[in-house]
Design a protein around this ligand. Structure first.
Ligand SMILES: NC(=O)c1ccc[n+]([C@@H]2O[C@H](COP(=O)([O-])OP(=O)(O)OC[C@H]3O[C@@H](n4cnc5c(N)ncnc54)[C@H](O)[C@@H]3O)[C@@H](O)[C@H]2O)c1
Length: 358
């Protein structure tokens, strides 16, 4: 039995997030589709190939941020064309956020748009990238500078696809999982997520042992994200909250790409959230005394979960990259600041103002 979260707009279902136990269950949906074209991350190939009998053609990708480019999207489109995909085609992407972002973009422009669906195979993609319709590729060394907003027909979630994920890739998604509950902790999942991540760090990564907890937390995070996207699909307000940590993270990743230090997206997001918390504390000077500061609490929790908290670059050196933030408007950046777990607000500041405060 699979559960379903819907993203709706004006009474219509824009996208469905369907939760199952294993990828094979997706067959019951795909057997009704006549024109499914499968693109998968080669490292998730063992899962993707379980769907072989339901697809017309399949394409394996070797992924990496350096190949998350317009030319890779073009190659997917050329493959669709050569495989005979018409306007009725369903492009099914099985992989992490790079695969889903690129396939979503390819599907949203191929023949001016065909349907697409995702099977996210990383924690990061399950709780974030494969929900909400943002597709995209990098431009030069700037992240996701080109892209579209278009919803997947459905996103299939099952924990079994995480079994082959290396521990460090699982933890790369941990920052986005925690980010979601820092934004909205209505379900009280933040502490549960910290507890689970801490335990996995201590006991070792044995995914099967954690299926119930992972499925539960992925469900809660997906519910939060789907709710925000439903209320603000095109990011005019509330959806900006999901960028918590990302303004700093994108600048950190930009510098890391230039100096080759290999900081991952999840690591950059963890550090970015801590920087945002530090900024929040400086902006909010009326901190109730005696209470552990949000920055201290998050730093402690993140370190317990094995996530980095120290920024390897001086803020003034990151200023230029921060100024290029996609969301900058009239010289101001919408900084997303966590004042408490579950109390995150947007504060508009110029980069110079941010530097002066921090
Ligand atoms: N669209 C959005 O809203 C959104 C949100 C957050 C992040 N993103 C994007 O997502 C990307 C990061 O996503 P990611 O962390 O999933 O990266 P990824 O797609 O690169 O996957 C991480 C690594 O895990 C491997 N992998 C994937 N699934 C596997 C599996 N089941 N078993 C073994 N290995 C597997 C991949 O080959 C890769 O080496 C970034 O490009 C980021 O910009 C998009």
């Amino acid at each position: 039995m699979s559960a379903e979260i819907q993203i709706r707009s004006d009474g219509h279902v824009l996208s469905r997030i369907i939760e199952g136990k294993c990828i094979e269950e997706l067959g019951s949906i795909l057997e009704k589709e006549k024109h499914t074209y499968l693109v998968y991350d080669r490292k998730a190939g063992g899962h993707a190939r379980k769907l072989d009998s339901f697809v017309k053609a399949s394409l394996a990708l070797d992924t990496g941020e350096e190949s998350k480019t317009l030319s890779s999207v073009e190659k997917i489109c050329i493959w669709l064309l050569e495989s005979g995909a018409d306007r009725n085609a369903l492009l099914l992407a099985v992989g992490g956020g790079i695969t889903t972002d690129m396939c979503g973009m390819a599907a949203s422009i191929y023949k001016r748009g065909i349907r697409f669906a995702y099977v996210p195979t990383t924690l990061l993609a399950q709780v974030d990238a494969a929900i909400g319709g943002k597709t995209g590729v990098n431009l030069l060394s700037y992240k996701n500078m080109l892209g579209t907003i278009r919803q997947s027909e459905f996103t299939w979630m099952s924990p079994d696809v995480l079994t082959t994920l290396p521990e460090e890739e699982f933890f790369d998604g941990a920052a986005e999982l925690l980010k979601t509950f820092i934004i909205d902790n209505t379900s009280h999942s933040y502490s549960a997520a910290v507890r689970m991540l801490r335990t996995i760090r201590a006991d070792g990564w044995a995914p099967e042992d954690y299926f119930p907890q992972i499925s539960h937390l992925v469900h809660e995070a997906a519910t939060v994200k789907a709710g925000i996207v439903e209320r603000d699909q095109f990011e005019n307000g509330e959806r900006r909250l999901l960028n918590l940590g990302h303004t700093f993270a994108h600048a950190i990743e930009h510098h890391s790409r230039l100096d080759g230090s290999g900081i991952t997206h999840g690591e950059a997001v963890a550090i970015g959230i801590i920087l945002a918390a530090r900024l929040a504390e400086k902006v909010k000077k009326d901190m109730p005394s005696g209470r552990k500061s949000i920055c201290d609490r998050l730093s402690q929790d993140f370190q317990d979960c094995g996530l980095p908290v120290k920024c390897p670059y001086a803020l003034k050196d990151m200023a230029e990259a921060i100024r290029k933030d996609k969301k900058a408007e009239d010289g101001k950046i919408h900084f997303v600041l966590p004042f408490e777990i579950g109390d995150v607000r947007i504060v508009d500041l110029s980069v110079d103002e941010m530097l002066a405060i921090l």
